[in-house]
Design a protein around this ligand. Structure first.
Ligand SMILES: NC(=O)c1ccc[n+]([C@@H]2O[C@H](COP(=O)([O-])OP(=O)(O)OC[C@H]3O[C@@H](n4cnc5c(N)ncnc54)[C@H](O)[C@@H]3O)[C@@H](O)[C@H]2O)c1
Length: 288
C-alpha cells in the first residue's frame, strides 16, 4: 500500500525555524498548554505568557522547562504589558515572531453568578476587555512594533455562543462576537500590509478551568457530544488544528472563524440526542 504523504505520524518540523508567543497556558488542561507542547514538538521556539496571578496559581514553570521557553508575565488588558511582552519576546527570540496564540477568556459575571439580565457593568466591561479587546490591543501593538514576520499567523480561540445563544454562556457570548469581528477587521489590514493571517478557532466545549466555569457545563458537554457526528473535539485535537494554522500549509486561510467541533455547528438534531431527549417523556411514541 502506498504511504500517505500526510500521515500525521510522519509530520515533523511543521514549525521548524518559526518563533512565536503563546498566551493562556494555566495548567496541563489548558488548550494553550497542549499547543505549546505540540509547537515545541514541531520545532518552534516561543515565549509563554500569562497574568502574574495565574503564574502564582498555575504550573507554567513546568511547561516552560519542558519547552525550553521563557515566561514573560503580562495582563492582556494592559497596553504597557503587551508592549513589554512583544519587545522582550523579540529580544529573546532574536527578531519578530511567526505565530501568536491568543487563548484567553474570563468573565467575572459568570464567576459571581450574575445572570445576563442582571449584569454588573464593571464586570461586563472587564469581560469584553479581557476576552475581546485584548486581541485588538495585541494586534495593534504588534503592527506598530512590526513584531510579526511576513506570512505570520495569529489564532484566537472562540466559541459558538458568538453566533448562537447557549444557556449560561452569559456575557462571554458578546466578548466572543467581538473577538471574531476583530479577527476579520484586523485580518484585512494585516493581510493587506504584511501578509499576516488572522483566524479564530471555534472549539467544542472542553474540560479546562475556563470551560468548567460555564453554568451547566456537564450537561452541555454531553449534549454536544451526542449532537456531533465526530464527537466533541478535545484540547489536544484543538492544538493539532492550531499547529496546522501556524504552519505554511495554510498560508491563504485568513479572516475566518473555523469551527473545530466535530460537526456540531451544522447539526439541528441527531439520533443520539433525540434518544436522550425522548427519555424525558413517559410515552415518547405519543409525540408527533
Ligand atoms: N474550555 C472550553 O470549553 C472552551 C470552548 C471554546 C473556546 N474556549 C476558549 O479557549 C481559550 C482558552 O481557555 P481554556 O479552556 O484553555 O481555559 P484556561 O482556563 O486554561 O485558559 C484561560 C486563560 O486565560 C487567562 N487569562 C485570564 N485573564 C487574563 C488576562 N487579563 N490576561 C492574560 N491572560 C488571562 C487565564 O490565566 C488562563 O490561562 C479561551 O479563549 C476560551 O474562551 C474554551
Amino acid at each position: 500500500m502506498q504511504k500517505s504523504l500526510f500521515n500525521f505520524k510522519h509530520m515533523h518540523d511543521l514549525l521548524k525555524g518559526k518563533k512565536g508567543i503563546i498566551f493562556g497556558a494555566l495548567n496541563s488542561s489548558s488548550i494553550a498548554w497542549k499547543v505549546a507542547e505540540k509547537a515545541h514538538e514541531q520545532g518552534a521556539v516561543f515565549t509563554l505568557t500569562n497574568t502574574p496571578v495565574a503564574m502564582r496559581f498555575g504550573e507554567l514553570d513546568e511547561l516552560a522547562k519542558k519547552c525550553n521557553s521563557e515566561i514573560i508575565p503580562a495582563d492582556a488588558t494592559s497596553v504597557a504589558d503587551i508592549k513589554n511582552l512583544l519587545e522582550k519576546s523579540m529580544e529573546i527570540l532574536g527578531g519578530p515572531v511567526d505565530f501568536i496564540l491568543h487563548s484567553i477568556g474570563m468573565s467575572l459575571n459568570v464567576r459571581k453568578g450574575r445572570t445576563y439580565d442582571d449584569l454588573d457593568y464593571n464586570y461586563y466591561m472587564k469581560t469584553l476587555d479581557i476576552s475581546g479587546l485584548s486581541f485588538h490591543k495585541l494586534l495593534q501593538l504588534a503592527r506598530k512594533l512590526d513584531a510579526i514576520n511576513e506570512w505570520g499567523s495569529v489564532v484566537a480561540l472562540s466559541y459558538i455562543a458568538a453566533q448562537r445563544t447557549l444557556y449560561g454562556y452569559n456575557d462571554m457570548a458578546d466578548a466572543k462576537s467581538l473577538l471574531e469581528s476583530i479577527a476579520r477587521s484586523f485580518g484585512y489590514i494585516y493581510g493587506r500590509d504584511k501578509n499576516v493571517r488572522i483566524n479564530t478557532i471555534s472549539q467544542s466545549p472542553t474540560k479546562t478551568t475556563a470551560g468548567s466555569g460555564v453554568k451547566g457545563f456537564d450537561g452541555l458537554i454531553d449534549f454536544t457530544e451526542r449532537m456531533s457526528p465526530l464527537g466533541n473535539a478535545t484540547a489536544e485535537e484543538c492544538a493539532d488544528f492550531t499547529i496546522a494554522l501556524f504552519s505554511d500549509l495554510t498560508k491563504k486561510v485568513t479572516m475566518q472563524n473555523l469551527f473545530h467541533d466535530g460537526g456540531f455547528s451544522s447539526m439541528g438534531m441527531s439520533f443520539k440526542a433525540m434518544n436522550q431527549y425522548n427519555k424525558s417523556f413517559d410515552n415518547p411514541e405519543e409525540l408527533d
